[in-house]
Design a protein around this ligand. Sequence first.
Ligand code: PLP
Length: 398
Amino acid sequence: MTSDPRAWHAESKAVHPPVADVSGSRPLGVPIHQGHVFSFEDPDALADAFAGPAAAFAYGRLGNPTVRTLEQAVAELEGGAGALATASGMGAINAVLFALLRSGDHVIAQRSLYGGTMAVLGDLAERWGVEVTYVAGDSAAEVRAALRPNTRLLYLETISNPTTRVADLPGLLAAVRYSGVVGVVDNTFATPLLCRPLDHGADIVVHSATKYLGGHGDVLAGVAVFRSAELQHTVWEHASELGATVDPFTAWLTLRGLQTLPLRVRRHCENALALATRLAAHPAVAAVHYPGLPQHPDHELAGRLLAGGHGGVLAFDLAGGREAGHAFASAVRLASLAPSLGGVQTLVLHPASTSHRRLTDEQLRAAGIGAGTIRISVGIEHPDDLWADLDQALRKAG
Ligand code: PLP
């Protein structure tokens, strides 16, 4: 065996191709670094690569250049010190909760959180000895009253699903300031284009990047953004133990989605407002839930908290109840009947017959959802085509 690569046998040449040197120029497109392992000349430099989330790249679960590019991009958009990209939104949420909580800790959480998050909080309470107090999300006094000496975390969502209530982030986060409580906000529905929770006192922002950040229905990813490098380090350590790391190609697709995020969010908001306004005037519709409408209970708060729009998700209650909801959901043509949200295509969901089908009408009411409630994740299609589709479906549900 010689050290001159040109003299190697075919077997050695095949597994050690010379990696192209790109140091003379800079690729404008983000390269996909698919390899999960990086080599070093100096053993001390390899040892240093295990030190933290900003260290040199050694092993893919601890860090990867394409993934780090996504992390830096989202950290910039949210105004954070750093970020951590994960294999799903639930990966980010679990990494944050399990990194920061231990048995005996107390959490204050909004009552109307995403179902997956509620399930994790339920598990933490039942199996891990974490106490959870649920609050409405509109009263700083209620949060202050719930505070205990062992309160470690306040967990909120900027806009709730499917009733589109807007949380009073500045008020609620101010209620726990100086108490050592970590404020975590799920900003999936608002995106950093409409709201930056760190500017309102949050310590960590989490996203299901599966939704608006990716934006095209082709990735499953998550991101957590941190106010401080210390919080980032703590959660990074835990996330790499959990194995919640996102793969480079998914990170690349998410970065590609991010490039058009401002354009898409503007269009989602314009389309949602146009549809909400027309739905509110339709005789088959009993109520519309969209913070852009003056009759929404959080319209005034949304005007202060959200910049440049009110989001792309709306819900409405059909006067005909459960049967009307089912008929409407089967009648849409341009919109698709599907779970998920935040993509370029319009998606419609009838919670009472799908995601919440096990609940009685009374339980649905307690969750703020009617038997005839329809949720729409409004896409970026032409608003007249969307309205024509909803209008014909409303007639069938009539
Ligand atoms: N947070 C919110 C607000 C969501 O709507 C979802 C999923 O629908 C999640 C978190 C979980 O994200 P993922 O499905 O990417 O794990």
